[in-house]
Design a protein around this ligand. Structure first.
Ligand code: FES
Ligand code: FES
Length: 380
């Protein structure tokens, strides 16, 4: 891992990244700045264009680790930029977008063209925009929009490369306090003493309703030998006091991994809450995982309970793509539903929803996620 410090949209960001992490993945996956789009991922389409130290750059072919000390502005950082405001209006009036996938990159490039070159002929606008590909709208509306905004403007190269934050100062508005944002999404150490911090980790919070009283639910959740088999794919191999060793099997389409690792666990019976931190490795794929979990049982007020769970993880190696929270969030939601059904079955003595030890994320689960995200029936 490499430690990197940069400024993103005026905020100071400090993070640990894999040397191979691309800036686009870091912006989208770690900082959740998903306005930066990924199309070709090889520097051709321009969908991922961001401003790095005043210059347009493809974030899909820029290593995050090379951005030490850089000032980066993504489409989100141009919210209050006057030229961007004019361009947004012109794009809308000229019908310069349909699906909008290319639009963040188009707007970022268009802003640079207008400020750097001023009023230029259409042929030059087309030439300057040739590094940005639109797959559905066609270029007539886009070029028209840029032409409209550039009309009557004079070239101002220094404005084009100026940090957006300085533009705010120039226009008389106060410079926002530089916020320091540590890219650590984790269970708070204060709330969960043993959970600790996972630098660069991704967190998901989930609330699971279980049809049993808090006392019944806690009786299972505080007994690791009974609760771990409720987690799809998880299995305990040894348990001594607060330390356990175990395995987690994952099967996501063609990707199959079996992590072995150690974890330490803590419980507070009075508050009905627990926490766990652990590390594991899959020797087959060469992936490693670090994770923390915190759970708390809350009275659901209808004779049922709510289990509030916070999961934080960081994957490296072949499975690092699953650090993208958007995709994993859907998988975790479905896993949580299976976990809740298994928990209820354990309490009531019914058959579990998933066979204990069955791999986490079987084909059906992944297909359900893909279907809900991408598939539309012809009637939709
Ligand atoms: S995604 Fe970066 S240029 Fe296409
Ligand atoms: S608006 Fe759809 S790709 Fe450009």
């Amino acid at each position: 891992m490499v430690r990197v410090a940069m400024s993103v949209n005026g905020e100071k960001v400090v993070a640990e990244v894999e040397p191979r992490t691309q800036l686009a993945d870091f912006l989208r996956g770690d900082l959740h700045l998903t306005g930066t789009h990924l199309g070709c991922e090889q520097g051709v389409c321009g969908a991922c264009t961001v401003m790095v130290d005043g210059k347009m750059q493809r974030s899909c072919i820029t290593f995050a680790s090379d951005c030490e000390g850089a000032e980066i502005t993504t489409i989100e950082g141009f919210d209050d930029d006057p030229t961007m405001g004019e361009l947004r209006e012109a794009f809308s009036e000229c019908h310069a977008l349909q699906c909008g996938f290319c639009t963040p990159g188009m707007l970022t490039t268009a802003r640079d063209i207008v400020l750097r070159l001023g009023d230029i002929p259409e042929t030059r606008i087309r030439e300057e925009l040739s590094g940005n590909i639109c797959r559905c709208t066609g270029y007539v509306g886009i070029v028209e929009a840029v032409k409209r905004v550039s009309a009557g403007k004079t070239a101002n190269a220094s404005a084009a490369s100026a940090r957006v934050i300085s533009r705010k100062l120039d226009s008389g508005r106060p410079l926002p306090d530089a916020k320091s944002r540590q890219v650590t999404k984790s269970v708070s150490a204060a709330d969960t003493p043993a959970a600790g911090q996972i630098e660069g980790g991704v967190s998901i919070e989930e609330r699971i309703r279980v049809g049993a009283t808090p006392a019944q639910v806690w009786a299972i959740l505080s007994d690791l030998q009974r609760v771990v088999p409720c987690v799809p794919g998880a299995e305990i191999t040894t348990l001594e006091g607060e330390n356990l060793a175990g395995k987690v099997k994952i099967a996501l389409g063609p990707i199959k991994a079996s992590f072995s690792g150690q974890a330490s666990v803590g419980m507070d019976d009075g508050k009905r809450e627990g926490w766990m931190t652990g590390k594991g490795r899959d020797s087959g794929l060469g992936s490693s995982a670090e994770g923390a979990a915190r759970w708390k049982v809350i009275d659901g007020a209808n004779g049922d309970s709510i289990v509030a769970v916070t999961l934080t993880w960081k994957l490296s190696g072949a499975l690092a793509q699953f650090n993208r929270a958007g995709l994993v969030q859907d998988i975790v939601r479905r896993l949580a539903a299976t976990f809740a059904a298994n928990l209820e079955a354990t309490i009531t003595g019914a058959a579990p929803a998933a066979k204990p030890g069955a791999a986490l994320g079987g084909f059906g689960l992944v297909w359900a996620v893909i279907k809900s995200k991408f598939w539309r029936s012809p009637k939709d």
